[in-house]
Design a protein around this ligand. Structure first.
Ligand SMILES: Nc1nc(=O)c2c([nH]1)NC[C@@H]1CN(c3ccc(C(=O)N[C@@H](CCC(=O)O)C(=O)O)cc3)C=[N+]21
Length: 284
């Protein structure tokens, strides 16, 4: 029987700490931390995530600015918006919601964001800093996964960790964070052979493949910690994880649900990154 770890609950604790810190800044007459979010086009999932980010900023007392651009926006127009936000001294964090509409180059946009305002942690400078164990911005979802592990009381040092998926946004950075905390890390992908057997060696299993309910009990070692990063949508539009919760939960030691697991932690870590950027900009 697994202990279910609700990122939604952990988020409440962290967000109330952030609210207190920001209230103290306000009480001393300081400007408020500000996150700017760029949304290009009308992707409904992106709109719901962006709305969630804005609500979370308001909830903790941060300012946020949503820049909504039409899908017809050119690369140059988008780059100009990023440059304007880079230059705005009141903007601490900049995020361009992915995926961008076809025809727009997200890598070029990410490179244009000032690394000290890149609260997604996607800029090559911040990716490099993560790999060099230097202080930079760490991507929000991987940071959320590590926070959940710590809240489970799990120290990754010496443990076997398996990361299922190797995306730039989640799999690769979370594997690095686990390695930085001295886990023995295996990264699995579509070419991995004997996938269930490899995953079943893990004390810590991170599922970030983007395939609904792919991870069943035969992928899981008795008592393992299973973190589900999946954000798949069922035919009815329901949010479904990469883990088949019903089949895995009886066998795992810890498990995170979808929804109410990693998702809310992603938003909460974004708030933390934005406050971190603010403090750097304020010379604290
Ligand atoms: N530049 C960029 N940065 C991102 O961090 C980024 C992105 N683009 N594109 C899309 C992904 C996905 N993502 C999520 C954020 C919140 C939830 C979340 O809060 N999920 C809730 C459910 C929310 C709902 O019901 O829609 C939950 O799991 O409980 C999920 C996924 C951030 N992303």
């Amino acid at each position: 029987m697994a202990q279910v770890i609700y990122g939604s609950e952990v988020s409440k604790d962290i967000r109330s700490e952030l609210s207190e810190q920001i209230a103290a800044l306000r009480a001393s007459g300081r400007r408020m931390p500000k996150l700017a979010v760029i949304l290009v086009g009308e992707n409904p999932a992106s709109l719901s995530y962006v709305t969630g980010k804005e609500k979370a900023c308001t909830q903790v007392g941060m300012e946020s600015e949503l820049i909504k651009l039409p899908a017809s926006t050119s690369q140059e127009e988008l780059m100009a918006v990023v440059r304007r936000l880079n230059a705005d001294p009141n903007v601490d964090g900049i995020l361009c919601q992915l995926p961008l509409p076809d025809g727009l180059d997200s890598a070029q946009v990410i490179r244009e964001i000032r690394p000290d305002k890149d609260v997604d942690g996607f800029h090559p400078i911040n990716v490099g800093k993560l790999h060099l164990k230097e202080d930079g911005f760490v991507p929000c979802t991987p940071l959320g996964c590590m926070e959940l592990l710590h809240r489970m009381g799990i120290n990754p040092a010496g443990k076997r960790a398996v990361v299922l998926g190797r995306s730039n946004l989640v799999g690769a950075p979370v594997a690095r964070l686990l390695l930085n905390e001295n886990a023995t890390v295996t990264i699995c992908h579509s070419k991995t052979e004997n996938l269930p057997q490899v995953c079943a060696e893990a004390d810590i299993l991170i599922a970030a493949v983007g395939r609904a309910k792919m991870v069943t009990a035969d992928y899981v070692k008795e008592g393992a910690a299973v973190i589900d990063v999946g954000i798949n949508r069922s035919a009815e539009g329901k949010l479904v994880g990469d883990v088949d919760f019903a089949s895995v939960e009886p066998k795992a030691g810890f498990i995170t649900p979808v929804p109410k697991g990693v998702g809310p932690m992603t938003i909460t870590m974004l708030l933390k990154n934005t406050l971190k950027a603010y403090r750097q900009h304020e010379g604290e």
